[in-house]
Design a binder for this molecule. Structure first.
Ligand code: NAP
Length: 268
C-alpha cells in the first residue's frame, strides 16, 4: 500500500511516496486536513512559507499523536527571497512555525514568480546565496534534506557546480498532459528525486475526455488515475484536498496502469 512505501533520497533519508499538498488552504484548513491525512495513514505533508499555513501544519504535527520522527514535512523558501539574510530569516520562521526541525526545505522557484517565464534572468548568484543559508541550517541539524522547486536543468547545474550539500529533490508541475521529460531525466541522472505537484492539474484534469475515459476503464476517479500515473513514472505526487473522503481515496492507488495506457496518457 502506497501509504507504507518510501523513496530513499541521495543522503539515505527515507521519504514517504505520497504527500498531502496544502497550497490554497488556510491555516485552519491545513491543520484539519493534515490531521485527517495523518489519521488516514499519510506521513508526509507539503507546505511552504508562501502558503501562510505552516502554523496550522505545525499544530497538526504536534497534536496528531504520531512521533515526529515518523512524519515528514516539507517547506519552501519563498520565490521572491533571493538573499542570504532573508533566506536565514525565512528558515527561522518556518522552524518556529512548524517545529524545531524540518525534514526538507526547497527554494520555491529559481526566480520570483512574476519573472518565471520572463526576462531570462535566472538569479544564479542569488540562488547560491539562498543555498548557502540552507546548507548552514542543514549543518546545524535543523533541516534533514535540501532541494529545489521549479528548477530547470541549468538552474540545478548552477547549484551542483557550487554547492557543498547537494539538492536531493526537485518539485515540479507534472500531470497527465504536462510531463517535462527533459528535466525529469536530468534529475534522475543526478539522483535527484522528482516530486509531482498539481497531479490533478489543480482540479482541471477531469476536463480531458481521454483521461476521464481511461479513469472509467480502471474504475477509479480522475484524481486517482493522475496520482497513479505520477507514481508509475517514479515520481512523488503531492495531491491537495481539504476533504477527508478524498484524502482517503487519493491514497487508494494500488492498481496498475498498463504500459499501453501509460503510453496513451504520455501522448496527451
Ligand atoms: N512548488 C510549487 O511551486 C507548487 C505549485 C503548486 C502546487 N504545489 C504543491 O502541490 C500540491 C498539489 O497541487 P494543487 O494544489 O495545484 O492541486 P492538485 O492536487 O492538482 O488538485 C487539487 C484539486 O483537486 C481536488 N481534488 C483532490 N482530490 C480529489 C478527489 N479525490 N476527488 C475530487 N476532487 C479532488 C481538490 O479539491 P478539494 O480541495 O476541494 O477537495 C482541488 O480542487 C499543492 O497543494 C502544493 O502542496 C507546489
Amino acid at each position: 500500500m502506497i501509504l507504507n512505501e518510501n523513496y530513499t533520497l541521495g543522503n539515505g533519508l527515507t521519504i514517504p511516496k505520497i504527500a498531502l499538498g496544502t497550497w490554497q488552504m488556510s491555516e485552519e484548513q491545513a491543520e484539519q486536513a493534515s490531521l485527517a491525512a495523518i489519521r488516514t495513514g499519510y506521513r508526509h505533508i507539503d507546505t511552504a512559507a508562501a502558503y501562510c499555513n505552516e502554523k496550522g501544519v505545525g499544530r497538526a504535527l504536534k497534536a496528531c499523536g504520531i512521533p515526529r520522527g515518523e512524519l515528514f514535512v516539507t517547506s519552501k523558501i519563498p520565490a521572491e527571497i533571493k538573499s542570504y539574510k532573508q533566506a536565514k530569516e525565512s528558515i527561522r520562521n518556518s522552524l518556529d512555525y512548524i517545529g524545531s526541525e524540518i525534514d526538507l526545505i526547497l527554494i520555491h522557484s529559481p526566480t520570483p514568480w512574476d519573472e518565471l517565464w520572463g526576462n531570462g534572468n535566472r538569479y544564479y548568484e542569488e540562488n547560491l546565496e539562498v543555498w548557502k543559508a540552507l546548507e548552514e541550517e542543514h549543518r546545524a541539524g535543523n533541516i534533514r534534506a535540501l532541494g529545489v522547486s521549479n528548477f530547470n536543468a541549468d538552474d540545478i547545474r548552477n547549484i551542483l557546480s557550487h554547492c557543498e550539500i547537494k539538492p536531493l529533490v526537485n518539485q515540479i508541475c507534472v500531470y497527465i498532459g504536462n510531463v517535462p521529460k527533459g528535466v525529469i531525466e536530468y534529475c534522475k541522472d543526478e539522483n535527484i528525486l522528482v516530486e509531482a505537484y498539481s497531479p490533478n492539474a489543480t482540479g482541471r484534469l477531469k476536463n480531458n475526455a481521454t483521461v476521464a475515459e481511461t479513469a472509467k476503464k480502471y474504475g477509479v476517479s480522475v484524481p486517482r488515475l493522475g496520482i497513479r500515473f505520477c507514481l508509475q513514472l517514479g515520481l512523488l505526487p503531492l495531491p491537495k484536498t481539504v476533504h477527508e473522503e478524498y484524502i482517503r481515496q487519493n491514497a487508494d492507488v494500488d492498481f496498475n496502469i498498463s504500459d499501453g495506457d501509460m503510453q496513451l496518457l504520455l501522448s496527451l
